[in-house]
Design a protein. Sequence first.
Length: 299
Amino acid sequence: MVSSPHEALHRIFRVDPGLFARLLPRAGIGFPEHTAIEPLDTDLTEIRPLERRVDSVFRVHVPGEEGGFVLAVESQGKPDPDKHNSWTYYLAHMYAKYRLPPFLLVVCKDKATAAWASEPIRVGRGFHTSMIVFPLVLGPGILPVITEPDEAARDLGVAVFSALAYATDPGLTAILDALASGVADDAGKSGSGDVDRVDWAEIVEIGLGEGPGREYWRKLMATYTPNFPGSNSIVEEYWLEGRAKGRAEDILRILEMRDVEIPDLVRERVASCTDLDVLGTWFDRSLSVVCAEELFVEG
């Protein structure tokens, strides 16, 4: 079964296709000047007999080169010898389908898988090699760890991918601390294009999967205090929304614990309120009101 962390590791490139050009050079992999990068259909099935789908496929347009090239992205969670058959098929089929040079990029979340995926795939026997596939690989040990907030803020896409790649690293909390600060930093420093900061925060949460890393990230997002209060930034709105939701839940919980009946209209009004000052007043009143409607009594 395909997991959310698996999907996040390759779908991040669909969110921000320009990430290829910013990320690959950090792993020592050159990426040509290009005019556009567009997602392609991931279905590589022939006629019917066997369904084969690559995780993500992109066409990279290169100035001065007719057609550019095709880039297939595979998210790999562990070594799997059967993938060698699939990957050689993908490349051969894309070459025949698009008539363009195909390349394979494997993205991993642990060093052992990254090392395995980096090995050339040789097709043939001892007396002759018919084909050799050299995958490009991004993962722990290949990409640098980003633990400085300023560096994370300069390119959120790179920082997010780095955090997902190091999701099982013992130093993940330091990576997430830097990323959380980067998400909250001045929008003008980011090189992540038009991607919403809230989208990046969600990608991180989904990509980390279940476990302490995800819980730590949720805590960071819930307790974050904006660097520039009153700037009406997306991150500040996200933070305020989270605080308001939490305060509304506290009010309703207190009423329930005090056995105060909560009509649906009261529950809806409290849950939909986003004004922290108003919620603060209601919170104080929730400790002593006899009926829930008294929360809203003026004076």
